[in-house]
Design a protein around this ligand. Sequence first.
Ligand code: SIN
Length: 482
Amino acid sequence: MKHAHLPIVVVGGGVAGMATALAAAPAPVRLLCRAHDGSGSASALAQGGIAAALDPHDSAAAHAGDTVEAGAHHNDAAAVQWLTGEAPCTVAWLQQQGVQFDRGVDGNLQLGREGGHGTSRIVHAGGDATGAALVHALRARVQAAAHVQWRGGVDVDALLLCDGRVVGVRTCDERGRRQHIEAAAVVLATGGVGALFAHTSNPAGADGAGLALGLAAGALPRDLEFVQFHPTALDVGGHCLPLITEALRGAGARLTDAAGQPLMRGLHPLGDLAPRDVVARRVWQIQREGGKVWLDATAVSGDWNIRFPTVLTMCLAHGLDPRRTLLPVTPAAHFHMGGLATDLDGRSTLPGLYAVGEVACNGVHGANRLASNSLLEGVACGRRLGTALARMAPSYGWQGRHGWVERGDGLPPASLAALRTLLWRAAGPVREAPSLRDAWRSCTAAADAGWQMRLARSLLYAALLRRHSLGAHCLESRGRSG
Ligand code: SIN
């Protein structure tokens, strides 16, 4: 009897998962994601764009320098060199997949500016709809690819191990029906943890479920304490908040306090375009003192329907016209620099298990990611991982002792809401050791209540172990401000 070649199972329908799946051709791939149509990923919400040294006066070395500066020099130097060197051909590959980046009247790609960048180097599509444009183009390619079988509407809640190697997954659909899939390799491309915080720019599905599953199976984490807070989510109350892209500040918008005073003046040489952690802490500080922070984008020129259609539509939906009114803004959990420890080929510490995109930590972002390096990482590392997996010897089944590792039950809604508030207060843009300790104790005591509690405990523990401020992990002594 002839046995079929086992598929590579990719979990997650964002850009990292789709780039991995496409690059793995001709190996068979099963791409599993929670949403039926692949929507719901943080990739689709990404506004800014993709950083790449495309200007003749720019260089990969300068891009690398800005990446390391933003990352507080905690970055893996080889990873940074590789990623920034790979950026121009990643943009070219995306164009081959059908992504139409915005061009100026001269026909050249338009290059925007964002925080932490010493020059304009952000390519974008549909103005501020870059993530949506990438997801749309890659999804069309994936759905047309003969080697990829797409399955939406399923959660992956357990991993199958055989003699210490991950060899399959268990899926659960909306009706609770379970299915087992044996795999040549399992790739987690499940995104970050923003939705575990009280306020986030991420979709609700960015809840760390893939990270929790990998940790439950014994894969080692890295840098879990580094969570980036975006300084300008639209402050309309609630959990998942609309993002106001940093590109708007690159186009001239300015942060002000309630008295109309510029918020960032004199605080950093790059002013409003200082790295995100710096700006987010300033906004947090004003809020903590009882103030409100506003983004004044009224001087941004050009047609908003072309330059910033996403922001315009979202603001108008909340009764705010950014062309005429100041926008109330707040920091929001945005990106997890930490994750499952991997090498640049996406290999986790557990044989057979790979991770790519935000769920992974290969060290490229250091302690604080540079703006518009995340879609870049998702696509470039996804392609690299898919190519490596395609070269693996085909597998037809695993012999040995099999056993399941489950993520476990989730928290009930009220406990989850309480956990989000706890994490926001204890592990937000500014942290204090006693609050981190108290929060860690609470999560430890309630660890059996749900997997989110155990994941939060791991994050808080990592934050407690890092006793000095670094990048996005800012520690203060009680009583001090700023
Ligand atoms: C933004 O557009 O401000 C966010 C882009 C990013 O996270 O890099």
